[in-house]
Design a protein around this ligand. Sequence first.
Ligand code: HEC
Length: 240
Amino acid sequence: MKGVSRMGWKKIATGAGLAAALLVGVLAVSRGMGGERPAMAEGRWASRAVWACDRRKLVIVEGVRPDERIPEPRARLVADLLMDLMRYCEEEITARVGIDQAITVTVRGRVFENYVPGSELPLQLAHAGKPHSARERAIWKAELDTLVAEGDRLFHSDEIGTNGLACAMCHPHASNTHPETYPKFQTQLKKVALLRDMVNWCIMNPLEGEALPGDDPRMKALEAYMLWQRAGVALSPGKH
Ligand code: HEC
C-alpha cells in the first residue's frame, strides 16, 4: 500500500493542479462514505467511488476523477470486484483499487491487501449456498400472492374502465393475453410494445379508461396476474 501511495503521488504531481486533485479526491471519498471514514477511504489523490446496487459495497478507484469515466480494463476489474463482494450479502465492504491495480479490501475494520478477483475473503457468507429459510420463502410467497390476488380482482372488476367492461369478459383466466410474447411489434401501436402498452391499449379502447403509468400499483397487479396465469410457459419475445 505504501508503494502504491508514492507511485500515485508522483503521477498526479506531474499532472496539473495537485491541490485541486487532492480536494476532489477527498470530497469524492467523504461524500461516498456517507460521513464515516474507514482507514482505507482517506483520499490522497483524485478517485471515483462506485457503489454496488445494495449500497453496502463501495469500490474506490484511484487516479480517476469523480467526473471521469473509468477506462475499460479498470472498469471491468471494478465490475468483477463488485460481483465478488456482492457474495457477502449483509456486509459493508470498502475496496480500493490503486493506480497499479492492487486491491485492498476493508471489512469491519479488517484489512485484506492485494486481493485477487475471484478469490475468497475469510468471511462467513450470509447464505453460503444454503437455501433460503422457510420463513423467508413464506413471507415472499405471501407478498406475491397478495399482488396476484389484487390483479385477479382488478381483472374481473369494471373499475379500471368507465363503461362497465372488465378484462376477464374478453380474456377469461387471462386467455389470449400472451404476456410471454413481449416485447413484440404490435401493428395497432405501430411499434415494439411492452406488455403494459397492450394493457393500456385495452384499457383505453374497449374499457374507455385512462392509461396507467408503468409503475402504477394497478399495472403491477394486472401484469402479475397475467404472468401468474402463464406460469411455466417459455418466454418467447417477439412471437406472434
Ligand atoms: C372487449 C374485449 C376486450 C377487453 C374488455 C379487453 N381486451 Fe385485451 N384484447 C382484446 C382483443 C380483441 C385483443 C387482441 C388484439 C390483437 O392482438 O390484435 C386484446 C389484446 C390484449 C393483449 C395482447 C395480447 C397478445 O396476444 O399480444 C393484452 C395483454 C390484453 N389484451 C390485456 C387486456 C387487459 C389487461 C384488459 C383489461 C384492462 C383487457 N385486455 C381488456 C380484447 C379485449
